[in-house]
Design a protein around this ligand. Structure first.
Ligand SMILES: [Zn+2]
Length: 326
């Protein structure tokens, strides 16, 4: 069973939030495309695992673990009674080879070597085990989710660690005889005790380079007509309440300015003072935790997922949002 939800990576939200307020640089576009591709691969992995079934396993996804004072990210860890399996998920396409300890695409040596990543991930979990009273084996595989991927190696050990898309169902079926009992529960607790937040948040964006203000959630147009409680998009006709716009702006703030405090003033500045300060204050109090430090009051969102929260708001709001599909 899945023990947690797989969220899109923070950096992906970051690039999306930038892209609605200024043009992305070539490198930013490249990074964003890679993140989308990686996330699609992980979702496909989840989908196939769902199809095969995982009720007899504990599956922890997209984790950052702090082990021996160093943080490492895991795409998926499968926990069973006496062993755990690390799955490093790669949505690569093209022809790859592993030769003389190097990882190549066509004839070019690649910087990030998934076999090294897997091996590092496994050894950290072995470190974690050594500090605990629990015993379990640590295995690992690299899951290549793309149909258009081929891989040759001069090393049989490497080949056996790789699971290709065409073999993935069979691979998941190989866990069918496994079970989870008390030992597995304790191992899950051990892993959970090492979970930390993603330590590598991107650099805050320079706000002077950004278009400030509110935009339509449906077509991203800034051309909005302001009514008494809602905005109407003059391009697609969608209607969204002040509250919807404010919640979106708060999430944009969180992604655009990681590690920077959100204050009423800084949020008003991002939305170009298009909503009156008392309404903004009310929304901040409703949707955020309040932190007071001397004279300064700052806010952090109570929720981690904008889409989920938007559904809740839309179910309860008095002046209903109306999205026009074009
Ligand atoms: Zn619109």
């Amino acid at each position: 069973m899945f023990l947690n939800y797989r969220e899109k990576p923070f950096a992906l939200f970051y690039y999306v939030a930038i892209s609605v307020r200024r043009e992305l640089t070539r490198n930013e576009k490249f990074q964003m495309e890679n993140l989308i591709k990686g996330f699609e691969g992980e979702c496909l992995y989840d989908e196939i695992l769902n199809t095969v079934g995982h009720e007899n396993l504990y599956v922890l996804r997209d984790l950052y673990l702090n082990i021996n004072n160093s943080v490492i990210q895991y795409d998926s860890i499968i926990v069973m009674n006496n062993r755990i399996v690390v799955n490093e998920v790669k949505n690569l396409n093209g022809d790859y080879r592993y030769e003389n300890n190097g990882w190549y695409k066509n004839n070019k040596q690649m910087e990030s070597d998934p076999f090294i990543q897997l091996s590092r991930g496994k050894s950290r979990l072995i470190n974690l085990r050594q500090k605990s009273p629990w015993d379990f084996e640590v295995d690992g595989n690299i899951i290549f989710t793309n149909d258009d991927f081929s891989f040759v190696s001069d090393n049989e050990g490497m080949q056996s660690q790789a699971v290709m898309r065409s073999r993935l169902k069979k691979y998941f079926r190989s866990f069918k005889q496994e079970a989870v009992g008390n030992n597995a529960k304790e191992v899950v607790q051990l892993i959970k005790s090492a979970i930390v937040d993603n330590p590598k948040l991107p650099e805050p964006v320079d706000i002077t380079q950004l278009k400030r203000g509110l935009y339509c959630g449906n077509c991203i147009s800034y051309n909005l007509f302001k009514g008494q409680f809602q905005f109407v998009c003059e391009d697609c006709g969608s209607i969204e309440s002040y509250e919807t716009h404010l919640l979106r702006a708060m999430f944009d703030y969180k992604y655009l300015f990681p590690n920077q405090l959100m204050t009423r003033h800084s949020l008003l500045h991002l939305l170009n003072y298009e909503i009156n300060k008392n309404t903004v204050f009310y929304a901040l109090k409703k949707h955020c935790h309040i932190l007071k430090n001397g004279n300064q009051t700052s806010y952090t969102l109570k929720y981690s997922n904008f889409d989920k929260e938007l559904v809740k708001i839309r179910n309860t709001q008095r002046y209903k949002d109306k999205i026009i599909n074009i």
